[in-house]
Design a protein around this ligand. Structure first.
Ligand SMILES: Cc1cc2nc3c(=O)[nH]c(=O)nc-3n(C[C@H](O)[C@H](O)[C@H](O)COP(=O)(O)OP(=O)(O)OC[C@H]3O[C@@H](n4cnc5c(N)ncnc54)[C@H](O)[C@@H]3O)c2cc1C
Length: 416
């Protein structure tokens, strides 16, 4: 029997986890697993939040991609040029071709700052920054060190973005950092969002809006940023409202990987791959699966989501090869720590159908949900270790999996 050919596009969170899970499942004589990524720098993206405040350096959150992949996985360090869906082939930049039996799209989301007028013009990385890229997060650290007060505007241009709570966490940490530095009294801190509240989930808005008031952060809602004047220090919305700033920290537009657009029918208008929300098989072709930020699924673009999806996706790739029915096992489960400053954090846990609820995770004795605590902050810090040593290698974490736990949540029927 010939070996199965599995090609994984992207060697980030989802691509690495999936490759390692499939390597555990199939011996080297059963399957050849190929991972393609443009560089050999695996970035722990949640760590970017801490870089502007000097709480982490970029070097501390980057490791070689190759070293995260189990033995026997072939790593191709090159740009993906195109996928020929009709011929089950991936074409790499430089002309090499990888034929596949199963293709897994794990190419993430691409930042598109150039798609907002003026954003990358004068002032970019001088008074206009994003902590979503290592270069800009680093430049922002220097700017925050020099900041002696004025108007600091934190803005997200439009959804979807990776980790929808990260800009809010940035605002909370900025409040704390500037208080520690003694310049908060001279700073107006503004949070502007295109949404009708600071939080993407209604129950969070209900339970957590006091945080912005307590921290004296001005909230500007339904503000769709259309233009940035970095030299003049003005952010203008599509409906003509303006926000003046001395320092702008923005989260730019996100889209799918560029190569997806080169294959007609592979991606939606934003560049995300149409994917079955329960099986992770794409609707593009039965032998093409997708996970993580690259999909069009109606859940958060988050590492936790990618981890839960990787479990179901690996199982379903095996079922596909065996000709068995796919498991409809992914319920949209997502969980997320939200740093609130002063060594405290919140935790939220939800799925496609259930909004974040109070209680405890993953059981009645676990971490507090929707409540600030030092324990949650320690959980967020410890997560980096868990990421490198348990999640990426594809190890199981007892009690934490793709199905959202209901035990411990208040307001849900207790399962018998
Ligand atoms: C600031 C920040 C904070 C975050 N905080 C959290 C958090 O607290 N909790 C949480 O759960 N999640 C968080 N996330 C989100 C999380 O990091 C992502 O959701 C997760 O990494 C998605 O994994 P992925 O595999 O889909 O994409 P990625 O890990 O981004 O991997 C995609 C890979 O595809 C490669 N690629 C794309 N196109 C090409 C091409 N043409 N050729 C070659 N290679 C290509 C890229 O180089 C990349 O390595 C945060 C993200 C950011 C930016």
């Amino acid at each position: 029997m010939s070996k199965k050919q599995i090609v994984i596009l992207g060697g980030g969170t989802g691509g690495t986890m999936t490759a390692n899970r499939l390597r555990r499942r199939y011996g080297a004589d059963e399957a050849e697993i190929h991972v393609v990524d443009r560089d050999d720098r695996h970035l722990y993206q949640p760590g970017l939040l801490f870089v502007p405040f000097g709480l982490a350096t970029v070097d501390e959150i980057v490791r070689p991609r190759r070293r995260q992949l189990h033995d026997g996985i072939v790593f191709h360090e090159t740009e993906i040029a195109q996928v020929e869906l009709d011929h089950d082939k991936v074409v790499l930049m430089g002309g090499d071709v990888l034929p596949y039996d199963v293709l897994i799209v794990a190419s993430g989301a691409r930042l598109q700052p150039e798609d907002t007028e003026g954003l990358t013009g004068p002032g970019w990385n001088e008074r206009v920054f994003t902590f979503y890229s290592p270069e800009s997060a680093d430049a922002l650290r220097e700017a925050l060190d020099r900041f002696e007060g004025g108007r600091l505007v934190v803005n997200l241009v439009d959804m979807p973005i990776k980790c929808p709570v990260a800009p809010l966490e940035f605002a909370f940490l900025a409040d704390w950092h500037l208080r520690e530095r003694g310049v908060r009294g001279r700073t107006e801190l503004v949070y502007s969002t295109p949404l009708d509240s600071a939080f993407t989930k209604a129950t969070c808005a209900e339970h957590l809006s006091f945080l912005l008031e307590d921290k004296e952060i001005e909230l500007v809602t339904e503000f769709s940023a259309g233009e940035v004047d970095g030299a003049g220090g003005t952010l203008t919305s599509f409906d003509g409202r303006t926000l003046d700033f001395d320092l702008l920290v923005t989260v730019p537009l996100h889209g799918g990987a560029g190569f997806l657009e080169r294959t007609p029918g592979f991606a939606d208008a934003l560049g995300f791959v149409p994917t079955d929300k329960a099986t992770l098989q794409t609707t593009v072709k039965p032998n093409v699966f997708a996970l993580g930020d690259a999909t069009d699924l109606p859940t958060s673009k988050a590492g936790s989501v990618t981890h839960f999806e990787a479990e179901i996706l690996s199982e379903n790739v095996a079922r596909y090869f065996a000709g068995r029915e796919l498991e409809h096992g992914y319920d949209g489960h997502a969980n997320c720590f939200i740093e609130t400053g002063f060594h405290r954090a919140l935790l939220i846990d939800f799925n496609y159908d259930v909004e974040p609820l109070p209680g405890h995770f993953p059981s009645p004795l676990g971490l507090p949900l929707l409540k600030e605590s030092r324990l949650n902050h320690l959980g967020k810090l410890a997560f980096q270790w868990v990421y490198w040593h348990a999640l990426l290698p594809g190890r199981e974490i007892p009690g934490i999996g793709p199905a959202m736990p209901t035990r411990g949540k208040k307001g849900l029927p207790v399962p018998v």
